[in-house]
Design a protein around this ligand. Structure first.
Ligand code: GUN
Ligand code: ZN
Length: 437
């Protein structure tokens, strides 16, 4: 056929299922080819396997890109991030509500300017690709133009991305509140962008304190009308926030109930943080198939609390891994896993590298219902992957040289690697980022 073939020889790692919590991955959960071949046709993966087994079937004269000293994994996925907060990362010393008022809201006001939104969309995508992240679920600002700019930038690069316009019609600066036009603008964006190429729309009420009941009900109606839409918001991040929600919604039995009553809790819903939940709420989220985005570097930065992975597992509540930039301190998936490990240690719940890298790739893809497109190195899936250089720094190189197992190597990467270890990032069958050597 007319699609271009690309052949890449490298070590390949990809998770098929959840590897479980053991020191070694459950049988059949991991595919690992020490000397593998990744065969692309156009934007998709055509074949994956041992180089020795696949090489006889290559077309005559095929040119093979030799990455034998590199490690290829599916592209990292970030289930919760604010592109409009890139420039306020590392703003000192506040917990959630003061941080929103002092830094976040003033910054988001700048996105009324379309040129600014375009510049930040591209800067953000450059940083994501530099970090090895090929798909994210993203908050824009409340200005619909911030989402047009972002979708346009993603479309040019042929990326698989979810984004939505923030809905907020109370308890915020005048310049950020959308009122009744918020829903109409969301509908227009859905019409223009949802399902176009690899783009999807995520309905985005910021969180319960900044939306009226009327606006949240209308957001729920959008989801009922089109079950292919996603939903993203925040839930139970900070104790001041919990008190405020209890005060604003005295008729609801708890914070989650506010979202349930509006019809916002479903299998395509992602709730960021979910730190301060009880098991009853976790089970309700599990029953609806929703997921919590665990944002460890953000939770440590804002002092929000320690996410309880064990309680999530016990109650069957799905959770994903996310950066939550600008409260997060690291765009890198490695950095997110390192912070998740540290949060886990403080709660007596250490994180294995198997769990971490499964989560960042296949686990996140599955929770977002994107696993038929991305998340694994497997035939028919989209060619979105990272080429990792385990010798990227002298320290990493030293440490890796002392590892004897794959588990040790992955763990060392999880704790010591950063964007310098991302040699290349491919998305849609195209090399979209190559590190400066
Ligand atoms: N809760 C409501 N809005 C936000 C936000 O922008 N960042 C974080 N971390 N939490 C929020
Ligand atoms: Zn957030």
């Amino acid at each position: 056929n007319s699609f271009t073939d690309t052949f890449i020889r490298a070590e390949l790692i990809s998770f098929v299922h959840d590897p479980g919590n053991g020191d070694t991955p459950k049988a059949g959960s991991l595919e690992h080819y020490g000397d593998g071949l990744l065969w692309l046709k156009g934007q998709h993966i055509h074949a994956v396997g041992h180089f020795a087994e696949l090489s006889p079937s290559l077309p005559k004269g095929a040119e093979v890109l030799d990455y034998h000293d590199k490690l290829i994994m599916p592209g990292f996925i970030d289930t919760h991030v604010h592109y409009v907060q890139l420039d306020i990362m590392a703003s000192y010393g506040r917990q959630l509500l003061d941080w929103l008022n002092d830094y976040t809201f003033p910054e988001e006001c700048r996105f009324a300017n379309h040129a600014h939104a375009e510049a930040l969309s591209n800067a953000f995508l450059d940083e994501m690709l530099r970090a090895g992240t090929t798909t994210a679920q993203v908050f824009g600002s409340s200005h619909p133009g911030s989402v047009d700019a972002f979708f346009t930038a993603c479309q040019k690069r042929q990326l698989r991305m979810l984004v939505g316009k923030v809905l907020m019609d109370r308890n915020a600066p005048e310049a950020l509140m959308d009122g009744a036009s918020g829903i109409a603008d969301s509908e227009r964006l859905i019409e223009d962008w949802h399902g176009k190429q690899r783009l999807g729309y995520s309905v985005t009420p910021r969180f319960a304190p900044t939306s009226t009941k009327i606006q949240m009900d209308a957001a729920g109606a959008l989801l009922r009308n089109d079950p292919s839409l996603w939903l993203q918001t925040h839930l139970a991040e900070n104790s001041g926030e919990l008190d405020w929600v209890a005060e604003l919604f005295p008729g609801s039995r708890d914070y989650l109930a506010v979202y349930e009553e509006a019809g916002l809790v479903g299998p395509r819903s992602t709730f960021a943080h979910g730190i301060h939940l009880d098991n009853g709420m976790r089970k309700r989220l599990a029953d609806r198939g929703a997921n919590i985005a665990f944002c460890p570097s953000s939770n440590l930065f804002l002092g929000s609390g320690l996410f309880d992975r064990e309680a999530a597992k016990e109650t069957g509540m799905a959770f994903t891994y996310a950066s939550d930039i600008g409260a997060g301190t690291d765009l890198s998936g490695f950095g997110t896993l390192k912070a998740a490990y540290q949060v886990g240690q403080l709660g007596g719940q250490p994180l294995t590298a198997w769990q971490g890298f499964y989560g960042l790739t296949m686990g996140n893809a599955k929770a977002l219902s994107l696993d038929s497109h991305i998340g694994q190195l497997a035939p028919t899936l989209e060619a979105d992957f990272v080429v990792i250089d385990t010798q990227a720094t002298s320290l990493l190189s030293r440490r890796i040289s002392h590892c004897t197992t794959l588990g040790e190597r992955l763990f060392a990467l999880m704790m010591l690697a950063d964007d310098r270890a991302i040699y290349e990032t491919w998305a849609g069958g195209i090399c979209q980022h190559r590190r400066d050597v």
